[in-house]
Design a protein around this ligand. Structure first.
Ligand SMILES: Nc1ncnc2c1ncn2[C@@H]1O[C@H](COP(=O)(O)OP(=O)(O)OP(=O)(O)O)[C@@H](O)[C@H]1O
Length: 260
């Protein structure tokens, strides 16, 4: 049996004034951990914001977890089952970690009898259990990010969207976080935007590479690594997956150039 399609995007176009951030993108995803890679300005954040239903597309169709994101009823249903960590997120500095995560649990309509345990579990999962009653303002940058990951997990989301989640995490936390992603991805669809190709190698089963608002390459992590082990692999990058990334990007640019 084929895995279910949880994200189905067709002709997705996002414009910011005169900039085309996404250019008629087609993408479908199933449960698993998907790495979203691409150079600065490629359109990763624009894509994640549409998938999180916080930004409306300029054109195209977005179906998430079987519901149409263009319809208010669809968005409500999607948001309950969605977890989202934006690149930058706001919080009340006077809230404790527990209060911050509980507030999101309430927004996500986690039933009130289950919420306290769900909050504790989410905070434990990001390794912040010993700081659960500390105020957000007293946390380090990496700890704030982990609290952000906890709020994204609190409703056990079927679709988890993380924009640059490893920024500011120390190496040990990064390793634990990757294991957490693999665990969540066993049942949920996880989309992780990152600049760290090594995060993708360690945590993701599949890779979506975007460039200038278009899909440049899609395949498995192993497939991208294999591109980088080919004798003609591009660049001076040290790891095979980094070379694969560079090769895939160059091949895409050549195709775009040839089509002009
Ligand atoms: N609010 C905005 N107003 C105007 N242009 C924007 C806005 N947000 C994004 N853009 C432009 O849209 C394009 C895509 O940006 P986006 O942030 O989606 O890329 P990204 O792949 O997430 O980049 P990065 O890796 O640097 O975070 C870029 O050209 C960017 O300058």
């Amino acid at each position: 049996m084929n895995p279910p399609t949880t994200v189905a995007v067709t002709g997705l176009t996002v414009r910011h004034r005169r900039t085309v951030a996404l250019d008629a993108l087609d993408l479908s995803l199933s449960p698993g951990v998907h790495g979203l890679l691409g150079p600065n300005g490629a359109g990763k954040t624009s894509l994640i914001r549409v998938l999180a239903t916080v930004a409306a597309p300029s054109a195209g169709r977005v179906e998430l977890l079987g519901a149409d994101a263009a319809r208010p009823a669809g968005r409500t249903a999607i948001r309950r089952r969605l977890g989202y960590l934006p690149q930058e997120f706001g919080y009340y500095p006077g809230f404790t970690v527990r209060e911050f995560v509980a507030y999101v649990a309430w927004l996500k309509e986690v039933p009130s009898d289950r919420a306290p345990a769900a909050v504790e579990r989410a905070v434990e999962r990001v390794g912040l259990g010993d700081r659960i009653d500390a105020r957000m303002r007293s946390l380090s940058g990496g700890m704030v990010r982990r609290a952000g990951i906890a709020q994204a997990l609190v409703n056990e989301p079927d679709l988890l969207l993380l924009d640059e989640p490893t920024a500011g995490l120390d190496p040990e936390q990064r390793v634990e976080f990757r294991a957490l992603l693999r665990e969540v991805g066993e049942t949920s669809t996880v989309v992780v935007s990152t600049h760290l190709v090594e995060d993708v190698a360690a945590a993701c089963t599949e890779v979506t590479l975007v460039e200038a608002g278009r899909l440049a390459w899609r395949g498995t992590t192993a497939g991208l690594t294999a591109l980088g082990t080919a004798p003609d692999a591009a660049g001076s990058a040290t790891s095979p997956i980094e070379r694969g990334y560079t090769s895939a990007l160059r091949a895409h640019r050549e195709r775009v150039e040839a089509a002009r």
